[in-house]
Ligand binder design. Structure first.
Ligand SMILES: [Zn+2]
Length: 161
């Protein structure tokens, strides 16, 4: 972020200036209707095939590859358009199927675990001595526990079969 902008924002915050809070939140979210949500439950064969593909392959195919394939199919439907970013939003925020939610949760937890693991060992910039950050280590181990709990859950066990 531009430092000048950051400073200005900090000043605004200190002065209780509500200018930034007044910016409508709609500016940051997509207001376009979601093509997949619109089509799901109808009798569109492509949409039904896409939904089946997503549920079948969630956690087995990378989300980005899924997005490429799904958008290619959706964009064949006259009047419908979907970008990879819209597809990811659909999967992350619109779908509530247990398999999808758990898969996204696993994704997040793996990301957190990786960052916590990297932050566990702290190197002293002057002496180059290494020491373990106890708080980070605890956070890492808790994250690993959560990941293990997810794997034990019925839905993911099914997915592996
Ligand atoms: Zn959607």
């Amino acid at each position: 972020m531009n430092m000048a902008v950051e400073d200005a924002r900090r000043e605004d915050a200190q002065m209780g200036n509500s200018q930034i809070e007044n910016v409508p939140t709609e500016n940051t979210t997509t207001t376009q209707p979601c093509a997949l949500c619109e089509l799901t439950g109808g009798d569109n064969e492509i949409a039904e095939a896409v939904n089946a593909y997503v549920l079948e392959n969630m956690g087995r195919v990378h989300l980005r590859e899924m997005a490429t394939q799904v958008c290619e199919q959706i964009n064949k439907i006259p009047g419908k358009n979907m970008t990879p970013a819209q597809f990811e939003e659909h999967v992350r925020h619109h779908m509530r199927h247990q398999r999808v939610v758990l898969s996204m949760l696993l994704d997040d937890l793996l990301g957190v675990a990786g960052r916590a693991r990297d932050a566990c060992v702290v190197v002293d910039s002057e002496t180059s001595a290494q020491h373990v950050d106890a708080k980070m280590l605890t956070a890492y181990l808790k994250t690993i526990d959560s990941i293990n709990a997810l794997y034990r859950s019925e839905a993911l066990r099914e997915r592996r079969e």
